[in-house]
Write a new protein. Structure first.
Length: 135
């Protein structure tokens, strides 16, 4: 039975790791490493992209890697949809802020189709918005 302190706290409230049934306190180095991993700042550099699906829906987004388009294509294929065209920027600084500006521009010029990043609008216009924002 777990106590009121929660599954990761020892008798003194210390964060603990459990390798067996008996929990052992973290060393100061382990605790610092774990907290750094949890609260590490997100990278400021990333890529922005625009996709056009075979349904005519356009998606804008951001990513830290290059494989995001492939992930969207794989997910879409489960529903019989494919990625027809796409564009991805080089790595840019402040990509989160830029993505928000891109979404606002797409909201003004297109119609939201799903979620907050999928739009009914011409791919050419969405692509131009993303490319201009990355310039």
């Amino acid at each position: 039975r777990r106590g009121a302190r929660g599954p990761f706290q020892g008798a003194k409230g210390d964060i603990v790791m459990s390798k067996s049934k008996r929990a052992t306190p973290l060393t100061p180095e382990e605790r610092a490493r774990m907290l750094n991993e949890i609260f590490a700042p997100r990278p400021k550099m990333g890529r922005l992209y625009v996709l056009e699906f075979s349904t005519g829906i356009v998606k804008v987004g951001r990513t830290c890697g290059r494989d995001r388009v492939a992930q969207h294509a794989k997910e879409a294929s489960r529903y019989g949809v494919s990625v027809v065209r796409h564009w991805m920027s080089d790595s840019v600084d402040g990509y989160t802020r830029i993505e928000r500006a891109i979404i606002r521009a797409c909201l003004l010029e297109g119609q939201l189709a799903h979620g907050s990043e999928y739009f009914r609008m011409p791919y050419e216009r969405a692509s131009a918005i993303v490319q201009e924002a990355c310039a």
